[in-house]
Write a protein that binds this ligand. Structure first.
Ligand SMILES: Nc1ncnc2c1ncn2[C@@H]1O[C@H](COP(=O)(O)OP(=O)(O)OP(=O)(O)O)[C@@H](O)[C@H]1O
Ligand SMILES: [Mg+2]
Length: 389
């Protein structure tokens, strides 16, 4: 206990959670090489923020969350909450889950079917870190149920609730534990699309209203972008990028992030050199591409390999009426043929074959761009990135 409070930071940058160098491998069969479910993970959840762990199935999101909750023991690294050390593999410090200032909402909600709604909600008041007694329990539980719109069904059995109501009950119960951090593992994944969209907005407004920090897990990129202050993109047990949603979309650091967040055209680079104005000139199968956009805060050292990345909406497409491909002159202009065209109401989604590469293009509807049409593609250098990996 001696080192608690040592790491309290100044008020403006106080972290609800700070994780450093976390590593965890599960038991392997004897003789098998150890593989890490999470491998040297470090990140922070600033107080009051909504931070999301995003990545494909098996990348280590749940493992990370369970380590934070104390349900899983990491083999290396350190976890602090509000400046206090909860876990330190080196110093053999490991605060028990029930002593950590967290509440977890698991994917299945963990609602107890043999209890009424009110008793489910009141559980942390009766058994949690900050216990209450007597009529105060029911009063506070009812008050919270009212906040989440469940006061009218307080005396029903929990099994009589719909999926969305169960999700709200799980949230009410978590909030009644008065946690500093809410841990949420894909809490919307077994609801239908419409309810998901509604509840994610609700979740965000509860989180703000209660001023609680949140660490949220999802593999759904649109959910992550819509909800989060900060997104941590994970891949194979490692952190790929930590950024605000807009920056992740506009400035992905790797082809993995570009591809996982939204859709992206990624052209492998054969040779790269420094281009005009600090950009990168990349030779690809499409031709030479000038990329003015590079990863944020990084001095880009072009090397052979890597990718040119451009979003479909940043590719300009025009019909080429010359019929001989000669219109494709100037920087970043390429001749191609429309391979498929999908009308999506407000826009056209095209696949254009240019130098044998499929290029996805999103353009406003109204142009006559049917399959077979010859076109010129232009990639605005300012919207075209060079990604080193
Ligand atoms: N109890 C366990 N025993 C052995 N291996 C495990 C265990 N739990 C998870 N793993 C392995 O650890 C890796 C990370 O799993 P984890 O459950 O953290 O992934 P995830 O990102 O939450 O995936 P999903 O989106 O499918 O829930 C996977 O390779 C998984 O097979
Ligand atoms: Mg999981």
């Amino acid at each position: 206990m001696t080192e608690s409070k040592v790491h309290v930071m100044d008020r403006d940058t106080k972290n609800a959670i700070a994780i450093t160098g976390l590593r965890k491998s599960y038991e392997q069969s004897p003789g098998a090489e150890a593989t890490y479910a999470i491998d040297d993970i470090s990140f922070e959840v600033p107080e009051g923020q909504f931070v999301t762990l995003l990545g494909p199935s098996g990348c280590g999101k749940t493992t990370t969350l369970r380590c934070v909750a104390g349900l899983e023991r990491a083999s290396q690294g350190r976890i602090e909450m509000g400046g206090e050390v909860m876990f330190d593999a080196g110093r053999k410090r490991d605060v028990r889950p029930e002593e950590r200032p967290i509440a977890m909402v698991p994917q299945s909600y963990g609602i107890w079917p043999h209890m009424r709604v009110i008793d489910n909600a009141a559980f942390p008041l009766r058994h949690g870190r900050n216990r209450t007694k007597g009529p105060e329990v029911r009063r506070r539980a009812l008050e919270m149920l009212e906040q989440v719109g469940l006061d009218a069904v307080a005396d029903r059995w929990a099994t009589q609730l719909s999926g969305g109501q169960q999700q709200r009950l799980a949230l009410a119960r978590a909030l009644l534990g008065d946690p500093q951090v809410l841990l949420l593992d894909e809490p919307l994944s077994n609801l239908d699309a419409k309810l998901r969209a509604k509840l994610r907005q609700e979740l965000r407004s509860f989180q703000k209203r209660f001023g609680v920090s949140a660490l949220y897990v999802t593999h759904d990129q649109s959910e992550a972008l819509a909800l989060s202050d900060t997104v941590i993109v994970m891949n194979k047990g490692r952190v790929e990028q930590i950024d605000r949603p807009e920056r992740l979309y506009d400035h992905p650091r790797s082809s993995f992030v570009a591809d996982f967040i939204g859709s992206a055209n990624l052209f492998p680079v054969r040779e790269a050199s420094s281009g005009a104005g600090g950009g990168v000139l990349a030779r690809t199968d499409l031709g030479l591409v000038l990329c003015a956009r590079t990863a944020p805060g990084e001095q880009v050292r072009p090397h052979d390999g890597g990718f040119v990345c451009v979003r479909p909406e940043d590719v300009d497409v025009r019909a080429d009426d010359t019929g001989d491909g000669q219109a494709a002159t100037g920087d970043n202009a390429y001749a191609g043929v429309v391979e498929s065209a999908e009308f999506l109401g407000d826009r056209l989604e095209l696949v254009v074959r240019a130098a044998d590469l499929p290029v996805t293009v999103s353009t406003r509807a109204g142009q006559d761009l049917r399959p077979g049409r010859e076109v010129v593609l232009r990639l605005a250098p300012a919207a075209t990135s060079y990604l080193a990996s």
